[in-house]
Design a binder for this molecule. Structure first.
Ligand code: ADP
Ligand code: MG
Length: 276
């Protein structure tokens, strides 16, 4: 059975795009599950108050559950909030409860407000969980939660929907990433762009694909995620599509995309030590 290559260093990928409904959560949980099912240890941080990633991974996120909110406040260790997903014993998730909805505003007046997640994801905290990959699923905004995710990561993964207006707002996201790199996190870079919800019957999907590849070149994964009913049905059963219908095109394309990400990572140079 194929095993994903382990990265030469721990990879923290923030999945960001301030547009809602482009496939951030779907890509986060399915890429994470694909990696975990093929032998690497993965942690998903649900940073969206909606808690959709927690749901898809079968992880409790009722109010009162230890969650990313308490970890951001520094009240608990990350490991105290991390729960094993139903997708794989190699896949952990730190859930989001509705408490997180207030955090966007509460963070404003906090000390080191942009560094809260980075502090929670300290090397010691991640050693304790023994994970090779961390995926951070962002809310659909460029607010302080997303800034925290960008400061905590070395890589950004941007899902782009093969639809009208797919590139709208992308410039703003990229300039925010540049600002974070300039002022808060020099190791940050856009490592991966994933085209999602591709519908081969439309000319538009090919136009968007060509435009994105023309603009971003090899940052764009060769694998494209097709629009598929199975992908959209799976969260309704608190499952990833890999568990819900492993033979479906949607499931197989997420495995292919995860393999590309893992194979690229195996060749990546070790980043310089991060300060702070
Ligand atoms: P985001 O996290 O960016 O808001 P989601 O991952 O929640 O986006 O996806 C938005 C909606 O589109 C969800 O209902 C999801 O089930 C559906 N969806 C995502 N990817 C696909 C796909 N490849 N095919 C069909 N539906 C999809
Ligand atoms: Mg989402």
């Amino acid at each position: 059975r194929y095993r994903m290559p382990r990265p030469s260093h721990r990879r923290v990928l923030t999945v960001a795009n301030q547009k809602g409904g482009v496939g951030k959560t779907t890509s986060t949980v399915n890429l994470a599950a694909a990696l975990a099912m093929h032998g690497v240890r993965v942690l998903v941080i649900d940073l969206d108050p909606q808690g959709n990633a927690s749901t898809a991974l079968g992880v409790e996120h009722r109010l009162g559950t230890p969650s990313v909110y308490e970890a951001l406040l520094g009240e608990i260790r990350l490991a105290e909030a991390a729960a094993e997903s139903t997708a794989s014993s190699n896949l952990l998730c730190v859930p989001a409860t509705i408490d997180l909805a207030g955090a966007e505003i509460e963070l404003v007046s906090m000390v080191a407000r942009e560094n809260r997640l980075r502090q929670a994801l300290s090397p010691e905290a991640l050693d304790e969980l023994d994970v090779d990959y961390v995926f951070v699923d962002c809310p659909p905004s460029l607010g302080l939660l997303t800034v925290n995710a960008l400061v905590a990561a070395n890589e950004v993964l941007i899902p782009i929907q093969c639809e009208y207006y797919a590139l709208e707002g992308l410039g703003q996201l990229l300039s925010n990433i540049d600002l974070v790199r300039a002022h808060l996190n020099t190791s940050l870079h856009v490592s991966t762009i994933l085209l999602t919800m591709y519908d081969g019957r439309t000319k538009l999907a090919d136009q968007v694909t060509n435009e994105v590849r023309g603009h971003f070149g090899p940052t764009v994964l060769r694998t494209v995620i097709p629009r598929s009913v199975k992908v959209s049905e799976a969260p309704g059963y608190s499952q990833t599509v890999l568990a819900y219908d492993p033979g479906s095109r949607g499931a197989m394309s997420y495995v292919d995309a995860a393999r590309e990400i893992a194979e690229r990572g195996a060749e990546m140079p070790v980043p310089p030590d991060r300060d702070g």
